[in-house]
Ligand binder design. Structure first.
Ligand SMILES: NC(=O)c1ccc[n+]([C@@H]2O[C@H](COP(=O)([O-])OP(=O)(O)OC[C@H]3O[C@@H](n4cnc5c(N)ncnc54)[C@H](O)[C@@H]3O)[C@@H](O)[C@H]2O)c1
Length: 266
């Protein structure tokens, strides 16, 4: 452990990720795919993980960034053995894991009276426990023992403000399990940041507002309470994640960065 600031060096590109190894969950489509693309654009090699076949994403990355390495793995983030295997295989193949992005998620939108146990367990298990399983597998024995690494967990403003005030099923309001899981991710992020900071590992969260992806394709939002009155793009979330993954964010940990058009003010 060191208590001194890193030595000053000549100006370098603090957003360069050349040589870094990233693993992004839920990256077959939507926000996760954009995160993988932007990390790759900055020079990272990326392991693309999804319960869906991520082949199309991987092929596109290989075509666009031929000097980096891209792998696709079909993994259910709820399955401990699958999670541990893909993390260990990544380290075995690349020698290290520098950046973990927990993005895979589901959003059940039934109203309160109809909300089922099945919906509750699916969202909590995928969003919260899946994030925990990947963090656990990446931190021990890899990032903590190495004394380096960064984790970015995708939460949501639903985990801060309980989703929009109005708009039931189909109207922009995600369900109670989604809000609880995303609030849990924010708390887990803070807990982990406190646990591993002394080992040189950072843990942060990005909390998106409404973003145009397959998850929100059938939902219509009321933007009257949002400062920027539009949907966000997957690229705008990918940019925030790329910042937090970069050396330029080396002194940032335990934070939740809201990328929400001003829907949730601090
Ligand atoms: N779109 C939004 O408005 C919005 C807002 C706030 C937060 N988010 C969060 O951003 C993340 C990405 O969402 P998106 O909008 O791109 O949704 P999406 O549905 O387009 O993508 C989610 C991805 O996660 C994968 N996934 C789901 N369950 C999985 C499992 N058990 N194992 C592995 N992969 C699994 C899906 O196959 C899919 O590729 C989610 O965590 C979501 O909660 C989205």
């Amino acid at each position: 452990m060191t208590t001194t600031a890193p030595e000053r060096v000549a100006p370098v590109d603090l957003f360069d990720l050349t040589g870094r190894v990233a693993l992004v969950t839920g990256a077959a489509r939507g926000i996760g795919r954009s995160i993988a693309e932007q990390l790759a654009q900055r020079g990272a090699s990326v392991v693309v993980v999804d319960v869906l076949d991520p082949a199309e994403t991987v092929e596109a990355l290989r075509a666009a960034y031929p000097s980096s390495t891209f792998e696709g793995r079909v993994v259910d983030v709820r399955e401990r053995a699958e999670v541990e295997a893909v993390v260990n295989e990544t380290v075995a193949q690349f020698g290290q894991l520098d950046i973990l992005v927990n993005n895979a998620g589901t959003a059940s939108r039934s109203g309160l009276p109809e909300f089922t146990d099945e919906e509750w367990f699916r969202d909590i298990d995928t969003n919260l426990r899946g994030t925990f399983l990947f963090c656990q597998a990446a931190l021990h024995p890899h990032m903590v023992e190495r004394g380096a690494g960064t984790i970015i967990n995708i939460s949501s403003i639903s985990g801060i403000m309980g989703g929009p005030t109005s708009g039931g099923e189909g109207g922009g309001r995600s369900g109670p399990a989604y809000a609880a899981s995303k609030g849990g991710i924010i708390a887990l992020t803070t807990w982990l940041a406190k646990e591993v900071g002394r080992h040189g590992v950072t843990v942060n969260s990005v909390a998106p507002g409404p973003v145009a992806t397959p998850m929100t394709g059938t939902v219509s939002y009321d933007f009257s309470q949002q400062l920027l009155q539009r949907m966000g793009t997957p690229e705008e979330i990918g940019a925030a994640v790329t910042y937090l993954a970069s050396p330029g964010a080396g002194y940032v940990t335990g934070q939740t960065l809201r990328v929400c058009g001003g829907a949730a003010l601090g």
